[in-house]
Design a protein. Structure first.
Length: 302
């Protein structure tokens, strides 16, 4: 494999979005939803995991394949898209990698995690170094199936885990588009004070939580100066990305929100143009989380 080649692994069901973002002319090879391009790694929003400088390894047998992978590093995760039985037999001869679901707010693991796949019976494609510390970029949690009003809280758990930052006790958070209250529940559980904003009401159990103020108005009609300074601004609003961008730019101009975490929800075709405009905001990052659907998460930290 040529030096400087990079592999981008799409999340299941979102290979099309990754192909559109990369551009078909740049893709030199594909192994299922693993797309290979020439050049150094770059930020790619729709990649669940990035394979840095993947290399092709000729193998004589299952045992030889495991031996050659162990010689490169210890921790390997299989991305299986073909020759499943043979690939599993190789993986079984590699050291076990624990992939237990995280208990939030447990931090992400720090051990290097390599990824590999079988191209054919005699050829392995392997990257000893990848961008995600989670197998194939898939972060799993021990879920709370009783307290949150819906499963949207998993997106926020994941975003905070990936960035390695979260609201601290006593900090002030603004949750736009809060109903029914999954994100507000997360923030309140961290000890932060929460201002929840939505035209629709919160779930009754969430509305009763301490340190939570609910304002039943549209997030788009709320002026930053009506809220005042916040340590964190969160948005999971259902709206077109361009409209969300205008809202975010308004808050950035106000300088009243130190950290911002937003979900860009795509209705119909993916709006790559607006996604690139979000990505171009200084100090920000845009990514597709395992718990995202046809949406991206954008983060800007102070």
């Amino acid at each position: 494999m040529a030096q400087g080649r990079t592999g981008f692994l799409a999340a299941e069901d979102y290979e099309l979005q990754l192909r559109e973002e990369l551009g078909e002319s740049r893709i030199v090879a594909a192994q299922g939803r693993l797309l290979l391009v020439d050049g150094e790694a770059e930020p790619v929003a729709w990649a669940a995991n990035t394979w840095f400088e993947p290399q092709t390894i000729a193998i004589a047998s299952i045992a030889d394949g495991a031996k050659k992978l162990r010689a490169l590093q210890r921790n390997w995760v299989l991305y299986a898209y073909r020759l499943h039985r043979r690939a599993r037999l190789i993986q079984e001869q590699l050291p076990h990698v624990s992939a237990k679901p995280l208990v939030f707010p447990q931090p992400a693991p720090t051990a290097p995690l390599g990824s590999w796949t079988l191209v054919d019976e005699k050829t392995i494609l392997a990257a000893p170094r990848c961008s995600s510390p989670f197998p194939n970029g898939e972060l799993q949690f021990v879920e709370d199936k009783t307290a949150p009003p819906n499963r949207a809280y998993l997106k926020l758990w994941e975003a905070l885990t990936v960035i390695g930052r979260r609201p601290q006790p006593g900090e002030r958070c603004l949750d736009l588009g809060a109903s029914p209250g999954g994100w507000s529940w997360v923030l309140q559980s961290l000890g932060a004070g929460v201002v929840s904003v939505d035209k629709a009401p919160l779930a009754p159990a969430i509305a009763k939580l301490p340190n939570l103020e609910f304002r039943q108005v549209s997030a788009f009609s709320l002026a930053p100066e009506d809220v005042g300074p916040v340590d964190w601004l969160f948005s999971d609003i259902v709206c077109y990305p361009a409209r969300l961008l205008a809202l975010v730019e308004h808050w950035l101009q106000s300088r009243l929100a130190r950290n911002i975490v937003c979900t860009l929800k795509f209705q119909g075709p993916t709006d790559h143009v607006t996604a690139r405009r979000f990505a171009a905001i200084p100090g920000s990052r845009i990514m597709h989380l395992h718990h995202n659907k046809h949406e991206l998460t954008w983060v800007r930290l102070a």
